[in-house]
Design a protein around this ligand. Structure first.
Ligand SMILES: Nc1ncnc2c1ncn2[C@@H]1O[C@H](COP(=O)(O)OP(=O)(O)OP(=O)(O)O)[C@@H](O)[C@H]1O
Ligand SMILES: [Mg+2]
Length: 491
């Protein structure tokens, strides 16, 4: 398979085969060509050259309809759901059940409820899709693919936005389908998932297949195949002696969402915020940043008390937020990489009153290089970058912005192993120079490996705090699940 885009060869002669009853993992760095490969199988991209055979017969897959006719269903890395429609409407988009020529809403809602039940997601058929949040949206996307009864199911980073419990549920479903003879393509950057769910692994590097290995292959070997070198230390946290309190959150509450949330982050500290999806972590982060209002409590940044719901004031006080929804809130998709990297610094990047374009360009280029952003150049539109490279640009933007207090919401979601380590090093640089970092992450090894203290949230409340030394995956999960008796949100 071959496919080129302007300025970049995405697929440079990839060979790939898939058998019934297997989960075939597709592994590779950000920009290696994984999504492009599966898009040639789902009809989203026409390859420049190469052949596709199904059951030994050559086929042409020109559209999503062609793929559907061949029994190929795809869960994309970017959601294809329509936020304005209901969950049920999304599940049956383009193929609603009909009665006497009219859409049979009763049946649609009943069928939708059954599908939601099957994947075990807490969502109602009549709920607006846009209100679900991204973890539950992903589960809906999975439910939709399942409803197509495909022979080939392609999943592009389905676990990137899920937490432990949902991943377990997803793996049960995938294993069940595999046992029924469905052929599954599974893309993930979480190496520990591979032996749990995979059978074979094909590794892509720079648009070419560099090897096919069994799923039980040791992680360091997979990393070597993927990035061409080994990675010594996955979590290179360098602690700094904590200084003054830079972020002081007191008794923050929002009716029905979170309550009584108090914590501090000092200069030089990385404080992790762990918990299950829906525990209220993102909601607290958005309230602290002023993106959402709150009813009670105060937020103080470096001694300045912020007004609720005022992002401009938060930015002015030196607070930055890397949002979990990078596409919706983090990036200007139509702008190029240089512009995106410069977005927050723009106001300050002046020399003698003029915008310092040269300096801006240099800083953007330096950051792109450090994070190994795969692109045809700084002029590539952010919207056409691979998923992980988009995430790197959002992070890079905030690291360049020089915020004194940086809130990172799922910073390394979808980022490959090599770039993760580079992001952690940049976090070290920040804390070494007196910045404070609050890191929300569902990736427990990351929280444990990079935080100095871990706060655990459960159902809208802080359930407890653990020092880095004493926190383990089990102790964090125990707090996250039990959470204490007085949770705000009904569970
Ligand atoms: N529509 C497009 N226009 C221009 N370049 C593109 C387009 N789609 C993909 N590319 C480029 O093709 C290369 C491969 O991208 P692809 O999305 O396949 O990577 P990936 O392996 O899925 O990475 P990730 O792990 O980050 O999702 C990248 O260099 C990307 O910038
Ligand atoms: Mg991708």
């Amino acid at each position: 398979m071959r496919k080129a885009f302007p300025g970049v060869v995405a697929l440079d002669g990839v060979d790939f085969d898939l058998r019934p009853g297997e989960v075939h993992v597709l592994l590779g760095e950000n920009g290696a060509g994984k999504s492009t490969l599966i898009k040639t199988l789902s009809g989203a991209h026409r390859p420049d050259a190469g052949t596709i055979e199904v059951d030994g017969e050559p086929v042409e897959i020109r559209s999503a309809e062609d793929a559907a006719r061949l029994g190929i269903a795809t869960i994309y890395q970017e959601f294809n759901l329509v936020p304005e429609l209901t969950v049920a409407e999304n599940l049956f988009l383009g193929r609603p059940p009909r009665r006497f020529g009219l859409v049979d809403r009763r049946r649609m809602d009943a069928d939708a409820a059954a599908l939601l039940e099957r994947v075990g997601v807490d969502a109602r058929p009549g709920q607006r899709m846009g209100d679900l949040g991204i973890a539950r949206a992903q589960m809906v996307e999975i439910a939709r693919a399942l409803s197509l009864d495909a022979r080939v199911l392609i999943m592009d980073e389905p676990t990137a936005v899920l937490t432990t419990g949902e991943v377990d549920r997803l793996f049960e479903i995938v294993a069940g389908l595999r046992d029924q003879g469905v052929a599954v393509v599974f893309i993930t950057h979480h190496l520990e998932e591979i032996p749990r769910i995979g059978d074979r692994v094909t590794v892509l590097r720079d648009g070419a297949s560099v090897g096919e290995v069994p799923a039980g292959t040791p992680e360091d070997e997979l990393v070597r195949l993927m990035v061409g070198r080994s990675i010594e230390q996955q979590y290179p946290r360098e602690r700094t002696e904590p200084g003054d309190v830079l972020l002081d959150v007191r008794d923050l509450g929002r009716a029905g969402v979170f309550d009584g949330v108090s914590f501090q982050v000092r200069a030089g500290e990385v404080v992790g915020l762990a918990g299950l999806v829906g525990a209220g972590r993102t909601e607290v982060a958005r309230a602290v940043f002023g993106a959402d209002p709150y009813d009670t409590g105060t937020v103080t940044v470096a001694g300045t008390r912020l007004r609720g719901g005022d992002v401009a004031a938060a930015l002015g006080a030196g607070l930055g937020l890397v949002p979990e929804d990078r596409k919706g809130q983090g990036l200007v998709l139509g702008a190029d990489v240089r512009e995106n990297l410069g977005l927050v610094t723009l106001g300050r990047a002046t020399r003698a009153g003029l915008v310092d374009r040269k300096g801006q360009e240099e800083r953007a280029a330096g950051m792109a290089e450090r994070l190994n952003v795969r692109m045809s150049g700084l002029r590539q539109e952010a919207g056409t970058l691979s998923g992980g490279n988009q995430q790197k640009v959002v992070i890079g933007k905030w690291l360049l912005a020089g915020a004194r207090v940086l809130v990172l919401d799922e910073p390394t979601r979808g980022v490959d192993v090599g770039a993760k380590v580079e992001i952690y090093r940049l976090v070290n640089d920040l804390t070494a120079s007196g910045h404070a970092v609050l890191m929300i992450s569902s990736d427990l090894p990351e929280v444990l490996g990079m935080s100095d203290r871990v706060l655990v949230m459960a159902r809208g409340r802080l359930a407890g705090e653990l020092a880095a030394g004493e926190a383990t995956q089990d102790s964090v999960m125990a707090l996250a699940v039990t959470g204490g008796s007085d949770a705000v949100k009904g569970s």
